[in-house]
Design a protein around this ligand. Structure first.
Ligand SMILES: Cc1cc2nc3c(=O)[nH]c(=O)nc-3n(C[C@H](O)[C@H](O)[C@H](O)COP(=O)(O)OP(=O)(O)OC[C@H]3O[C@@H](n4cnc5c(N)ncnc54)[C@H](O)[C@@H]3O)c2cc1C
Length: 436
């Protein structure tokens, strides 16, 4: 890593308001630290013993970041450090946004194995929460990590991989900023690939019956369910060698329709079923081909809040049916569709996908509407299926409940206690999650 001879201390920016993407979380930290390199970061942590919470792009819905103390901003940690073409392994600075990373990878003929709905998160933020896309054979982004460099709460710098500090490495892959600050990540990537996307409107009840077989017929399958109109937007993605089609940017019109629909159903809740049906008419049966990093993300300009749980893949359809039923019977005023995806299982102690393949189900509410009644009604359904919440999304579980859902919880906690005995890296919310 580069280091600077002029500066020993991170730039300290004064007190100001911090807010997350959805505007549901905010805080006024004592200061923002903006180190320009690892050396500065390490010095700052050694010299100043106040609690610190590291932030990525602030795209988590849950209060993982808010603190009255110090927010550590990794905006200066951006860049591709090295590319090993032979082994298809890249080293990237932790604060790099996914959009930049995937563009640089493409310039090297490489790509991530999978991506989620957006690409504005930082690689460290996405890895830390187990951010994922869809695909029953494809793990979350943390699964691409083959090595990492972190600065501990005491200012020490550690390399972690399957060979060095291997047990810590396993725990750190999904660690919510609680074991140390990632400065670099080493990622296993794949050769650049083209995807053919097929979007179609389908009857929701038919889709729920077929989804179990569809999940193995496509590399990626996901759908957006509109429970008040019994329709769903089904999206499948598969490898393709077809010519690239014109990638028209429809995000402006799509987001305008979405915003209008949310506002209309907010003010006229009785019309929600009709609005959902009407919006369905704008969905055309369409295919397009592009490189993966162009196809995966869609701009999300209409703000919302979100709760997402992972349940055993086999339970996904019945869990979804119960959610739909409660939304219909209690006539919840929500326009946003339910998102349904699949993610392959892994062995990372705090990964929501630990131990087996999962169906990932997300419920959204427009940001101008109170999400509490909707999420409170639906969360007990996820509990019945022993679901695990997405760390970056809203849920109500505390450490006692979480411990019961994570077989290697105590393994993780032994590292947390070792790495940060004074809990300097935790904020009130992560203390509730991890310490009870
Ligand atoms: C519109 C929208 C769409 C989304 N789509 C998806 C999706 O498709 N799939 C999905 O799984 N999730 C999705 N998410 C959730 C999002 O991917 C996660 O919340 C992710 O963690 C956000 O990354 P971030 O860079 O904003 O990190 P932040 O939200 O800023 O931080 C997340 C966590 O990472 C830690 N962290 C940040 N940087 C570091 C570092 N350098 N070292 C150690 N820890 C660090 C923070 O302390 C915090 O605990 C979406 C969110 C939004 C708002």
């Amino acid at each position: 890593m580069e280091s600077t001879a002029f500066s020993e201390q991170a730039q300290v920016q004064p007190r100001r308001l911090w807010r997350n993407w959805s505007r549901s979380q905010s805080c006024q930290p004592r200061a923002f630290w903006v180190p320009t390199d690892e050396h500065e970061l390490s010095n700052q942590l050694t010299r100043d013993k106040r609690p610190v919470r590291v932030v990525g792009a602030g795209h988590s819905f849950s209060p993982l970041v808010p603190t009255d103390n110090i927010i550590l901003n990794m905006a200066c940690f951006r860049g591709l450090v090295s590319v090993d073409h032979g082994r298809q392994i890249v080293t990237v600075k932790a604060g790099t946004p996914l959009s930049q990373l995937t563009t640089w990878l493409f310039e090297h003929g490489l790509a991530l194995h999978n991506q989620g709905d957006i690409d504005t998160q930082t690689i460290a933020g996405a890895v830390s929460t187990g951010t994922h896309g869809t695909g029953i054979t494809l793990g979350c982004l943390s699964e691409a990590v083959v090595g990492l460099r972190l600065v501990t709460a005491q200012g020490d710098i550690l390399n972690c991989s399957e060979i060095e500090n291997s047990a810590l490495f396993r725990a750190a892959k999904v660690s919510l900023g609680s074991l140390g600050i990632f400065t670099e990540l080493r990622l296993q990537v794949v050769p650049a690939y083209r995807l053919k996307e097929h979007v179609q409107l389908v009857p929701l009840s038919d889709l729920i019956e077929q989804i179990d077989s569809l999940k193995t017929q496509h590399r990626h399958v996901e759908f957006f369910a509109f429970p008040f109109a019994d329709i769903a937007i089904l999206k499948t993605l598969d490898f393709s060698s077809d010519a690239i089609t014109a990638l028209e940017d429809k995000s402006l019109s799509e987001n305008a329709i979405l915003r209008m629909a949310c506002e209309a159903s907010r003010w006229m809740p009785k019309l929600n079923p009709r609005i959902q049906k009407l919006v369905g008419r704008f969905v055309k049966d369409e295919q397009r081909v592009g490189y993966a990093h162009q196809i995966f993300p869609s701009p999300r300009n209409v703000r919302f809040n979100e709760m997402e749980y992972q349940v055993a893949a086999v339970d996904g359809p019945s869990c979804l049916e119960q959610i739909i039923q409660i939304m219909q019977s209690r006539k919840f005023n929500v326009f946003f569709p339910i998102e349904y995806r699949y993610v392959a299982g892994d062995q990372t102690p705090l990964s929501p996908f630990y131990g087996g393949d999962k169906a990932s189900i997300s419920v959204h509410q427009y940001y101008k509407q109170d999400y509490h009644p909707l999420f409170a009604a639906i969360e007990p359904i996820f509990h019945r299926y022993k679901g695990r919440p997405h760390w970056g999304k809203l849920h109500s579980l505390d450490s006692t409940q979480l411990r019961a859902r994570y077989p290697e919880w105590d393994t993780f906690m032994s590292f947390r206690n070792l790495m940060d005995p004074d809990c300097r890296l935790l904020n009130p919310y992560s203390k509730r999650l991890l310490l009870g």
